[in-house]
Design a protein around this ligand. Structure first.
Ligand SMILES: [Zn+2]
Length: 184
């Protein structure tokens, strides 16, 4: 399937690819990616084909967890509290199937971007410190907690040590869903 690109406006350069995967004890997920052949614009999402309960995953991560598989849906909030890192869903957020290493790389990229935009020494120093810490996790010098919260239950940390729990109504209320809501 080809479509027009929303970014460079070229005709018929946007290609949609979908793959379906069955994850044990989780169910079927469909990963879809659109990519523009012209300008390289890319967006991906995972769609879970089953209705799920709100869920929270908690896992201590270090070097030995780099290959642990992670499904992160568009509605998921992902956090590393020890480093003050948090990615909340928004119009730009993507869903993907990756592993812990891939998640750390995404954080690294985001912090690098923040560093290149930082104007004061304080934010620069903070970004450099976080990059160091992210490296220490990958080198095996540091362990931190990875938390994924998903009000639609479409996310997963596939590891026997991952602690799965229900989200409390209070936690659900405080989560962003990525959808626009109108306050009463
Ligand atoms: Zn394009």
């Amino acid at each position: 399937m080809k479509a027009d690109c929303p970014v460079c406006k070229e005709k018929g350069t946007l290609i949609l690819k979908t793959t379906t995967e069955n994850i044990p004890y989780f169910g079927e997920i469909m990963e879809s990616t659109v990519k523009c052949e012209e300008c390289g614009f890319k967006h991906s999402d995972v769609i879970c084909l089953e209705v799920k309960e709100p869920v929270k995953y908690n896992l201590t991560i270090g070097k030995e967890k780099m290959n642990t598989r992670v499904v992160k849906s568009q509605s998921a909030t992902i956090k590393i509290p020890e480093l003050g890192l948090k990615v909340e869903p928004g119009p730009q957020s993507q869903g993907y199937v990756s592993n812990i290493e891939g998640i750390l790389e995404r954080f690294q990229k985001a912090v690098n971007t923040a560093l290149s935009w930082a104007e004061d020494e304080n934010s620069k120093g903070n970004a450099v410190r976080i990059l160091d810490e992210l490296n220490s996790i990958r080198n095996g010098d540091k362990k931190v907690t990875l938390i994924i919260e998903d009000p639609f239950g479409h996310s997963l940390i596939e590891d026997k040590n991952a602690i799965k729990s229900k989200l409390s109504p209070e936690e659900i209320k405080n989560l962003k869903t990525g959808f626009t809501t109108i306050d009463q």
